[in-house]
Design a protein around this ligand. Structure first.
Ligand code: PEP
Ligand code: MG
Length: 583
């Protein structure tokens, strides 16, 4: 019977497909389809790994046995027996075979899928002893995966192969309790057509990456990952924030129709790609792209962006088991982005880790659970706490600037002392390159305004920086004291709260009075419901995911800024600005 769960709409469009339930810790397992002729080989790869794990366990058992009865560890021996038994378990082996043969999943994907199926059955068991065997099963599967990591499949492809059996032509949607931004990077190269998570807020970084991938997504869907079963048919309505499970034929037809309408609309919008973004009264508007990886430059150009307004460099630092990219690796990545933009400016933001972008789960400091990471060692604070790491990044950016126009943007500044230290380190990085005779380029310096303290001291920032970029995601979070990643308070995350609007308006006006560039690079910039207001407040530079550029441009083409200016002042003065937004 069909039923639905509700969450937050974070990335537009409709996806219809079969559910793949994945524990977040297992998202980094490769997900790809194998060809029919590779099925046997894939099963063999798995069998081989399983035998190897069995041999490892038998060896440990033997060494325990060799220790003699006095040193024997009966508990350990019994545990190893359980692991051996689980390795031979028919439900596991037959189930995995099923996913490989019927669905053409690669072995790792098939294994983790079947693990989720069995884990659920364990969860439902009454007997606590049996329930606890789930952890053993997970350990066994982890061991098999570890062995398989060393023996990869002959073909690794991110996309379904055209012309394969129907089984693999069915779109798949990923359902998880949680996905970290690092998980999302893995997910970016995978086969899924949409995703749903139990947790997350509208501007959580998981939601942001979903938007950059331009696939339908719903976050904060509470118990979706419990209610949805492996292989269920699911509709994700990324516009309404609704997930329909086991839809009736009528619902399928209705959403199928909506999906096609969405495609027609995209097609229509794509015609605007080369149209200049100019308002009815002749105001030129700059539409820039937000990117996470150098390769995203392709999509930015395709969408008609006139530059990159925000390259979130921290994505180069995530999902690497704590090993950070060195100067050379970063330089190559920034250079690829600069070259990819073919002479258009690229704004590289220095690393913004912390809060909901931890470097990686295991690398977190022990005993930190009670701390609030959004108020902790995040962004520039993290960089200033590790000058050697920060200098390496600065040198890499300055070197990339020799290949095209680069702006250097610093996140989360709030104190004059932080500004002084940052500028001193930029100078030091310049001197180091000079002393070493390494080529570097000129950069414009920008500061992000994303802490109320910064928005209230704009003159200080204008004294030191060439341009400002307003990070509304954090500015809203810190002004309203609302964790942007927490769905429980997402109803209070209000971009048009009068306090937020005043800080925005104040920043824009002061920049303009001094002839300095100002843009918005938070999610607000790509939200068509906000375009008129931002234009009315005087904003002329917007930075957003490439997928949002054409829809925002369409809005701009219909606007007259002289009229919007007066209206925006009324919104700014209103007690309840949201009520005026549809005027
Ligand atoms: C912001 O805070 O608005 C912003 C653009 O930065 P991030 O979303 O990466 O924190
Ligand atoms: Mg931010």
């Amino acid at each position: 019977m069909s039923f639905s769960v509700h969450g937050l709409a974070v990335s537009r469009g409709i996806a219809i497909g079969r559910a793949v339930i994945v524990a977040s810790s297992r998202v980094d397992v490769a997900h790809y389809f194998v060809q029919t002729e590779q099925v046997v080989g894939e099963i063999e790869r798995l069998r081989h790994a399983r035998n190897e794990v069995a041999a490892e366990i038998l060896k440990v058992q033997q060494s325990l046995h060799d220790l003699g009865p006095s040193d024997a560890h009966p508990e350990l021996t019994a545990l190893l027996d359980v692991h051996l038994m689980l390795l031979q378990d028919e439900q596991l082996t037959n189930g995995v075979k099923h996913w490989i043969v019927e669905r053409h999943y690669n072995a790792e994907w098939a294994l983790t899928t079947q693990l989720e199926v069995i884990a659920r059955q364990f969860d439902e068991m009454e007997d606590p002893y049996l329930r606890e065997r789930k952890a053993d099963l997970e350990q066994v599967v982890e061991r098999i995966l570890r062995v398989m990591r060393g023996v990869s499949s002959p073909v690794v492809s991110g996309q379904p192969h055209p012309g394969q059996d129907n089984a693999v032509d069915v779109p798949l949607v990923l359902i998880a309790h949680d996905l970290s931004p690092a998980d999302m990077l893995q997910f970016k190269q995978s086969v899924f057509a949409g995703f749903v998570t139990d947790v997350g807020g509208k501007t959580s970084h998981t939601a942001i990456v979903a938007r950059s991938m331009d696939i339908p997504a719903v976050v904060g869907a509470r118990s979706a990952s419990q209610l949805i079963e492996q292989d269920d048919w699911v509709i994700i309505d990324g516009d309404a924030g609704v997930v329909v499970i086991d839809p009736s034929p009528i619902l399928l037809a209705e959403y199928g129709f909506k999906q096609r309408q969405g495609e027609v609309e995209r097609e229509r919008l794509s015609r605007l790609k080369n149209t200049p973004a100019v308002t009815l009264d002749g105001q030129k508007i700059e539409l820039l792209a937000n990117i996470e990886q150098p390769e995203d430059a392709v999509g930015a150009l395709k969408a008609g962006a006139v530059g990159v307004g925000l390259f979130r460099s921290e994505f180069l630092f995530m999902g690497r088991n704590g090993k950070l990219p060195d100067e050379e690796e970063q330089y190559q990545a920034y250079k690829r982005a600069v070259e990819g933009m073919q002479g258009l400016p690229v704004t590289i933001r220095t690393v913004d880790v912390g809060a909901d972008k931890p470097l990686d789960r295991v690398a977190q400091r022990a005993g930190e659970d009670h701390l609030n990471p959004a108020l902790g060692l995040r962004a520039i604070r993290w960089s200033l706490a590790d000058p050697a790491m920060f200098l390496a990044q600065l040198r890499a950016i300055l070197r990339a600037a020799a290949h095209g126009p680069v702006n250097l943007l610093v996140p989360m500044l709030a104190h004059a002392s932080e500004i002084r230290q940052t500028l001193a380190l930029i100078n030091r990085a310049r001197e180091q390159l000079e002393a070493a005779g390494v080529r570097q380029g000129a950069v414009k310096l920008g500061a992000m305004i994303e802490v109320p303290a910064a928005a209230l001291t704009i003159p200080l920032f204008l004294k030191h920086f060439d341009f400002l970029s307003i990070g509304t995601n954090d500015l809203i979070q810190y002004t309203l004291a609302i964790d942007r990643a927490d769905e429980a308070v997402s109803h209070l995350y209000d971009p048009v709260h009068p306090a937020v609007l005043h800080l925005l308006a104040n920043t824009i006006t002061q920049c303009q009075a001094q002839g300095k560039g100002v843009s918005v690079c938070g999610e607000m910039a790509g939200d068509v419901a906000m375009t008129r207001l931002l234009l009315g407040l005087g904003l002329r530079s917007f930075s957003m995911h490439p997928s949002q550029i054409l829809a925002v441009k369409q809005q701009i083409l219909r606007c007259d800024t002289t009229r919007l200016q007066t209206w925006a002042q009324t919104v700014l003065a209103a007690e309840d600005p949201a009520a005026l937004m549809t005027d």
